[in-house]
Design a protein around this ligand. Structure first.
Ligand SMILES: [Zn+2]
Length: 204
């Protein structure tokens, strides 16, 4: 019977080249975000981050704080983008007659979260005239972004500020969280480029 080291050496010789790549000091880890429908069906797969990890020294093991912060901020960016698009999608047409609503003006909203700050495009849309309304236009995103800071970040800021000064608490939070990351969130339907190309509503 072969000793354990001999078995390992024997296995090493027998391994295919594909298996041997795992013995390389570098390892590539790709993380993907899979969005599913309510029924659980996979709809979109997005590459979130690729990590090239070394494994020869103790400090190479596991995630570093910088990698964890990058991972969280990138995930936050993709998640926010998907959520905002899903929220805005039904707002682009009249709820009563289904006509496409005209974009009256463009603006942006900043939203601070524990995992970064994003600037979201917030269009002002004209109401359809098929039904009488109190106002002539509205910003659909205002119904979702009732605050410019995520409630959880407000809570953490308040909690830490009650213990130490605001500046010290922010420094502490920034050590562990990607608070200062800028999230590049582009909404699909109302991106400035495509919004200007939007055809005017045909009024009935
Ligand atoms: Zn209408």
């Amino acid at each position: 019977m072969l000793g354990i080291m001999e078995q390992l050496r024997s296995n090493e010789l027998d391994h295919s080249s594909a298996t041997r790549t795992w013995r390389s000091p570098c390892m590539r880890v790709k993380l993907q975000l899979v969005m599913c429908s309510d029924e659980g069906q996979e709809e979109t797969v997005t590459d979130v981050i690729t990590l090239d990890k070394d494994n020869r020294r103790i400090e190479h093991l596991g995630l570093t704080l910088a990698e964890a912060k990058q991972l969280l901020s990138t995930l936050q960016q993709h998640l926010l983008q998907q959520q905002v698009d899903t929220f805005l999608d039904p707002c682009s047409t009249c709820a009563d007659c289904g006509a496409l609503l005209k974009v009256k003006a463009h603006a942006s909203r900043s939203f601070r979260t524990l995992f970064g700050t994003c600037t979201l495009h917030s269009p002002r849309l004209e109401h359809c005239d098929c039904t009488q309304r109190k106002t002539s236009s509205f910003r659909p995103l205002a119904a979702l972004l009732t605050e410019s800071v995520a409630p959880e970040l407000l809570y953490m800021e308040a909690k830490w500020s009650s213990l130490v000064s605001y500046d010290m608490s922010m420094d502490a939070l920034k050590d562990f969280l990607p608070l200062e990351a800028t999230l590049d969130v582009k909404t699909v339907r109302y991106g400035p480029a495509c919004a200007f190309e939007q055809k005017p509503t045909v009024w009935e």
